[in-house]
Ligand binder design. Structure first.
Ligand code: PMP
Length: 354
């Protein structure tokens, strides 16, 4: 830290991203990426002309991409904002709507508390129930930004749409942000409610179900006025926030519905058979509607399992927070990836004295 750093950042604990090893030597099941090649149709559009156009700034309105997203979800273009990954959209939302503070569950996406700290918003942490489900009644009339990941990050548990509606209904005075990064793997989006609730902000990403984590594109769906508020922040920060190539890729990926249906179906099928295998190996897992599973084994702690898997070439994620430190989070890869995981985990467990 230099002597020049702003004082209020001295105590900020930045987000720690999952490891991104450079050598490709690992079976990488740690950051919930998609194991499948992106839409071939999308990739075919990265032509010489598209590269030549890199001389020019990208379209700050991202009209073509927003149009494709709007058409896909049956909403107007003015109901859509796009960002450099959904992390950027989340940042805009915290800056725009957390003036009176923000609340979110104790076990959830770790970036929420970092954004709260960065933007000076007081964070209220609302514990999940014992079984890691969200109790929507605990979020009534908060008068501050309410943030729920659905399915929830780290647990994979999906909160039914009726409960999401309860959150929107019981917080008419503030914004309810539903982070649907994982919704395509087993939940129904709350987008159909945005016409009914002008305080509901849906955030999604191209990083998971559309295999474009490295392209960095996320988007928001909401009432026009909320979108205008997000744009106000965007135009005060980085108007050209989505680069030309990513905009082309994301638009086409949104249009390539058969690719999307095929790859998400494969991942869901793999998740279900992986869950069954984990059970056979004696793991207990949180039922997941996402592209990852949180699993623990009574013979070995989460940190030790993480380390042993890593030395055997498998990267998963371990979180030190008390409620989930017995678990490892395993992203759903190809069936072959999961077979290797199970074989290796079995070796580790068999070699561990219970
Ligand atoms: N929300 C949740 C719940 C996530 O797990 C992630 C991925 N780490 C993000 C948002 C951010 O995704 P991206 O910026 O790649 O769109």
């Amino acid at each position: 830290m230099s002597e020049y750093l702003a004082k209020d950042l001295l105590t900020l604990a930045p987000y720690v991203p999952g490891e991104q090893p450079k050598d490709g030597a690992f079976v990488k099941l740690n950051t919930n990426e998609n194991p499948y090649f992106p839409s071939r149709y999308a990739v075919s559009l990265i032509t010489d002309k598209a590269i030549d156009d890199l001389r020019l700034y990208s379209d700050p309105t991202c009209a073509a991409l927003r149009g494709a997203i709007a058409a896909h979800y049956g909403v107007g273009e003015k109901n859509v904002a796009v960002g450099n990954g959904s992390d950027e959209i989340l940042a805009f939302a915290f800056r725009a709507f957390a003036e009176n503070g923000v609340c979110f569950p104790d076990v959830t996406y770790g970036f929420y508390k970092v954004f709260a700290a960065l933007f000076g918003a007081a964070a209220e942490i609302v514990p999940l129930r014992e079984d890691f489900t969200v109790d929507a009644a605990q979020y009534a009339d908060k008068k501050k930004l309410v943030v729920i990941a659905n399915p929830n990050a780290q647990t994979g548990i999906y909160l039914p749409l009726s409960a999401v509606e309860t959150l929107a209904e019981s917080n008419r005075g503030s914004v309810v942000l539903v982070d649907e990064a994982y919704v395509d793997f087993g939940g129904e989006s709350a987008v159909k409610l945005i016409g009914k609730y002008d305080n509901l902000l849906i955030v999604q990403t191209f990083s998971k179900s559309r295999s474009l984590a490295g392209a960095r594109v996320g988007f928001a769906l909401a009432d026009e006025k909320l979108i205008a508020d997000l744009e106000r922040v965007k135009y005060s920060f980085n108007p050209y926030n989505v680069n030309r190539l990513s905009a082309i890729l994301a638009k086409a990926a949104m249009e390539d519905v058969s690719y999307f249906a095929d790859s998400t179906e494969k991942i869901v099928r793999t998740r279900e058979s992986f869950a069954a295998e984990l059970k056979k190996l004696g793991f207990s897992a949180i039922p997941s509607s996402a592209n990852f599973i949180m699993a623990k084994h009574e013979k070995i702690g989460g940190a030790a399992l993480y380390e042993k898997l890593k030395t055997r070439g498998i990267l998963v994620r371990h979180f030190g927070e008390e409620r989930i430190r017995d678990y490892v989070r395993v992203s759903i890869g190809t069936p072959e990836n999961m077979r290797v995981f199970c074989e290796t985990a079995k070796e580790i467990i068999d070699g561990t004295k219970g």
